[in-house]
Structures are given as structure tokens and as C-alpha cells.
Design a protein around this ligand. Structure first.
Ligand code: GLU
Length: 431
């Protein structure tokens, strides 16, 4: 007799690798949604496995003349709905398990906002803060050539992620184009505007976070004006979210980066903090606020908490101490699965990563469309269409959450898995 989905889920629970394993964090929520949807056992097995996993060794000549060999990954999780889409991160903590989880999250994220992409992710184990621009360029080009077979506007389209940016995307695009013998702008998104990038792409993830914060507070009957916001992470996502929420009338009481946080209950001037950071490298030491650690920052008294840095910052250990009423997940996977129940019990409204930070990939989709059409939109058009998609997706997820009586995270997974599964059923199995 073949196994039922329930039996398969039980077996997966027996081999649980711990709440901080990112793939487990993704899968435990996936299992929950799969049960709600009554997903058949065959599709369950298909959707819990990545389609393709690539590991490359990347030799790079360092500025000293010595050769270092880095390890890079690219995982294509699922491409049933369209070309794989997902960023590339450069970080010392990159692992294959993490890249697999991030590629799965991209699959669900693109489905939540209903854009015609599958999900992928790439990562290289390195510390970009200690590397020169030349070393980073050589690393990027060699990594790109290592994964070139999967890349392409119709197959796999990278974008920026942790510690990568427009400049890195320009090198990816150039390397790919040199191999193809002609310029292919649509092979990456998040490029500089001068070479086929989209207006509004750099701010898109933060803008999306601002839009869902606005919708969440409206839904909860909480005023946006004067809402006290704490933002963890002051990179591209965190800093833009803070800036835009301040423009909407919120009071940004604390922000942080890898070095630590700054707190002022009367509110921080985000632009001023950005200027401080530009000249001092980190937000720490900012004179018009007191210093706090990243751990303390998460449990500060506030209305909205935006974790916009890395995975697993909210866990079963600290979830009980969180005082925010709303959590907007700017990062991917900031909440470990073990924390979900604690946050639910405290009545905290969580807008999950695959919805909250989907503004980035949504404008990536706009960029890809513009590149392929060779016709570019104004920033106003980009922002208007982004707003439409984010607001619509927020309410789609909210409706599913009411229909099944589940939190927003499980609702987002349910919506996404249902959409991906529907395409699998329609396409059938190629044998
Ligand atoms: N790295 C971003 C994310 O995690 C953007 C991905 C993309 O635009 O393809 O959503």
C-alpha cells in the first residue's frame, strides 16, 4: 500500500533537524498547509523536493596573487509556474540547506503575489566585507560561468539578495551576455537603471513592506500615524522600510545593523541616521539615541516590529518577550517555526516573509517584462502597479486566513501551494 500524505508528514516529523534548520522551518509550515489542502501524496513528495541543486567550486585569484577556492550554490526549487526567480547572496553563513529553503520560499512568494515565476536562490560562502571590488568581480563572474547552463530569461533569473547589489547584477549580466555573444538584459533583475534596470526596483522590497504595514494596521484598526516601529537590519530592505514608514507618519523608535542598534523612544530621524551610517559605516554610535543590542531591540516596547536582516532571529526562546502587536517580516525566514505558536497565543499579527517582502520580486517581474518588451515605465507606474499587487495579495491571504481559521503565515503557504499544485495537476507528469 502506498503512503498517505499524513504518513509522509509524520515520517518527516520524526527526522526533524531542529527549529533553526531553515529547510525544516519552511517544511513544517508547508506540511501544515499541505494537510489543510488535503494535498495528495504524489504532489506532496514532488513539492517537498527541489528540482535541481548545483554546487560549484569557484577559484579566484586574490589581490595578493594567491588563489582561493570558494563554494557556490544555485538551487532551482520549482519551475512549474515559469522561469526560476531568486536572488544571489554572498555570506559566510551560506549553506546548501539555507539556499534550498530560500529557493522554496521564492517559489511560494511568487505564487502568493501571482507572478509567473518559479523559485530559485543562489549563494556563495564568502565574506564580501573583506574583499576588494576586483576580487568580488572575479568571484561573481566565475560563479556566473559555473551556473551558466541554468541561467537565462526563460529558465533562471537572479537578483540581488544579502550583500549583493546592482553592481554585482551588472557583472552577472555582462558575463552571461559575453557567453551568448549578444546583450541579454532580462537574465538578471535589480540591475542599474542605465542598463535595463527598472525604476523603483531598489526601493521595492521596503516599499512593499510599508504597503503591507499600512494594510495590516488598517485591518486591525490601529492608526498608522504615530505607530511606534522597530526595524532590525538597516540594509536595503530595513532602511527603505523605515524611511517610507516615517513618511507615512510612523515614529521609528529603533533601528539596527550587524554592529548593534540605536533606540530613541521619541523617534529617530531616518535620513539623519542614514547620513550617520554613510560616514561611520554602522548605525551604532549615533549620538541622538541610546545603544541597544540586536537581541534587546527585538523585545522593545513598540507597535510594529520589522525584522529585516537574516533568518531565525525570532525563536521559541525570545518570542514570549516580544511586545510588538504586529510583525512585518522584511527578511526571509526571520521567525523559526517554534515561535509561530507563541506569537499566535500572544495575539501578534504576523505578515509573513513570503507576503511582506514580495515587493522586491514583484518589481523584478516588472523589470523582466520591461526588458523583454524593450519599453520602460515611469517610477510612478511601477509604484502604482506594485501597490495594486501588494494590497490585492494582502487581502487574498487575509481571506484564506479567515476561510481556514489560520494565521497569515499558514494562509500564505496555503494560497501559494494551492496555486503551484494546480499548475502541476494541469501540466500532468512527463514520464
Ligand atoms: N532577493 C529578493 C527576495 O528574496 C528578490 C528576489 C528577486 O527579485 O528575484 O525576494
Amino acid at each position: 500500500m502506498t503512503d498517505t500524505t499524513q504518513q509522509l508528514i509524520r515520517r518527516e516529523k520524526d527526522t526533524f533537524l531542529g527549529e533553526e534548520n531553515p529547510f525544516e522551518a519552511m517544511m513544517s509550515r508547508f506540511d501544515y498547509a499541505a494537510e489543510l489542502l488535503n494535498l495528495d501524496a504524489g504532489l506532496y513528495k514532488v513539492l517537498r523536493n527541489p528540482e535541481k541543486q548545483i554546487i560549484v567550486s569557484i577559484p579566484v585569484q586574490m589581490d595578493t596573487g594567491e588563489v582561493e577556492v570558494f563554494t557556490g550554490y544555485r538551487v532551482l526549487y520549482n519551475t512549474s509556474r515559469g522561469p526560476a526567480k531568486g536572488g544571489i547572496r554572498f555570506d559566510l553563513n551560506v549553506t546548501l540547506e539555507e539556499v534550498k529553503a530560500l529557493a522554496a520560499w521564492m517559489t511560494w512568494k511568487c505564487a502568493v503575489v501571482n507572478i509567473p515565476f518559479g523559485g530559485s536562490k543562489g549563494g556563495v560562502i564568502c565574506d564580501p566585507t573583506t574583499m576588494s571590488a576586483g576580487e568580488l568581480e572575479r568571484l561573481t563572474r566565475r560563479y556566473t560561468s559555473g551556473i551558466i547552463e541554468t541561467l537565462g530569461p526563460d529558465s533562471d533569473v537572479p537578483a540581488p539578495d544579502v550583500n549583493t547589489n546592482e553592481r554585482v547584477m551588472a557583472w552577472v549580466m555582462d558575463t552571461y551576455s559575453m557567453h551568448k555573444r549578444h546583450t541579454v538584459t532580462a537574465v538578471v533583475t535589480g540591475k542599474p537603471v542605465e542598463m535595463g534596470g527598472s525604476q523603483g526596483r531598489r526601493e521595492a522590497t521596503g516599499r512593499g513592506c510599508m504597503i503591507v504595514t499600512r494594510e495590516a494596521l488598517k485591518h486591525l484598526g490601529m492608526p498608522l500615524g504615530g505607530a511606534r516601529v522597530v526595524v532590525q537590519g538597516f540594509g536595503n530592505v530595513g532602511s527603505v522600510t523605515a524611511e517610507l514608514l516615517q513618511k507615512e507618519g510612523c515614529t521609528i523608535v529603533a533601528v539596527s545593523d550587524v554592529a548593534g542598534g540605536i533606540y530613541n523612544p521619541k523617534g529617530l530621524d531616518v535620513k539623519d541616521v542614514m547620513e550617520w551610517r554613510a560616514s561611520h559605516r554602522y548605525v551604532t554610535g549615533y549620538t541622538k539615541a541610546e545603544g541597544v543590542t540586536n537581541d534587546e531591540l527585538l523585545t522593545l516596547d513598540c507597535d510594529v516590529l520589522v525584522p529585516a536582516a537574516l533568518e531565525n532571529v525570532i525563536t521559541s526562546r525570545n518570542a514570549g518577550d516580544i511586545k510588538a502587536k504586529v510583525i512585518i517580516e522584511g527578511a526571509n525566514g526571520p521567525t523559526a517555526a517554534g515561535a509561530d505558536e507563541i506569537l499566535d497565543r500572544k495575539g501578534i499579527f504576523v505578515v509573513p516573509d513570503i507576503l511582506a517582502n514580495a515587493g522586491g520580486v514583484t518589481v523584478s517581474y516588472f523589470e523582466w517584462v520591461q526588458d523583454r518588451g524593450g519599453y520602460f515605465w515611469s517610477e510612478e507606474t511601477v509604484n502604482r502597479r506594485l501597490t495594486e499587487i501588494m494590497v490585492h495579495s494582502f487581502h487574498n491571504v487575509l481571506d484564506v486566513s479567515k476561510r481556514y481559521g489560520v494565521n497569515m503565515r499558514i494562509a500564505a503557504y496555503t494560497l501559494a501551494i494551492d496555486r503551484v499544485a494546480a499548475v502541476h495537476r494541469l501540466r500532468g507528469m512527463y514520464a
